[in-house]
Design a protein around this ligand. Structure first.
Ligand SMILES: [Zn+2]
Length: 253
């Protein structure tokens, strides 16, 4: 992820504080670890304040560890995800069982996410970067693009009774109460949260993905998590009045 370090910061670039007049959020991402890399520090602050946050993962991240076959990786990564959610005060973690690496953007994915939005009735929906790149030439993965876009779309689908009428038959009445979709890990942020209160927990939350991290890097896992998350928050500080930040691109509805 590359924040545009070379662009001079101006008043115009300042990030607005994230809205706080909400009670329930649903975070929808493709893989275990997406939220821990993206915005777990902000989630820790929100649950501290008594807000409810639930996680919905499109896959179990079963294709994420080269040395581990999917059948073994799936339950391991699910356990790691539940543990990392618990660190930031999130007890509800659900999985859709789309296929890791080859998630297809389409009506099946939109319907699954819309169903979850109707069940959880969130005011804020959170997802991960759906753009082609992380900024510059750092290419994003097709899973993130598919799930991010489908989540932005499903926020509207959830409110329309004539889209996916089969959900009504399942007892899932429309929920038109999503007020914002916040996209984490974006190179075009508009809003932010003070990263400091949740930073230590965001490090511990990412650290819970131990098997994944051990396969990913030879670096000491704690050092790696701290420098990644701390460094990212610091780089956003000039755009948030000097405060290290967790940033989002906020789409109002
Ligand atoms: Zn991912």
């Amino acid at each position: 992820m590359t924040e545009s370090q070379n662009t001079p910061t101006t008043e115009r670039d300042q990030l607005a504080p994230m809205p706080e007049d909400w009670q329930r959020a649903l975070a929808v991402v493709a893989h275990p670890d997406d939220l821990e890399y993206g915005c777990a520090g902000a989630i820790a602050s929100w649950t501290d304040a008594g807000r409810e946050v639930a996680y919905l993962l499109a896959t179990r991240g079963e294709a994420g560890i080269d040395s581990l076959a999917p059948a073994e990786a799936a339950p391991l990564r699910e356990r790691e995800q539940r543990a990392s959610a618990a660190v930031v005060g999130v007890d509800t973690v659900e999985f859709l069982d789309h296929k890791d690496g080859v998630i297809e953007y389409g009506t099946a994915l939109r319907r699954d996410i819309a169903a979850a939005i109707r069940r959880h009735r969130p005011e804020l929906v959170i997802t991960l970067n759906h753009q082609d790149t992380w900024g510059g030439v750092a290419w994003n993965t097709p899973d993130h693009v598919a799930v991010g876009r489908a989540t932005l779309d499903a926020a509207a689908d959830a409110g329309n009774r004539w889209i996916f009428p089969e959900l009504i038959e399942q007892g899932l009445e429309p929920w038109n109460g999503v007020r914002w979709v916040a996209v984490a890990g974006t190179d075009r942020p508009t809003h932010a949260v003070d990263a400091r209160p949740g930073l230590e927990r965001s490090v511990r939350s990412l650290l819970e993905h131990r098997a994944y991290l051990e396969a990913l890097t030879d670096e000491d896992p704690e050092k790696y998590c701290r420098s990644f998350l701390g460094g990212f928050a610091e780089r956003l500080a000039p755009r948030f009045g000097g405060t290290p930040a967790v940033a989002f691109q906020l789409f109002g509805r």
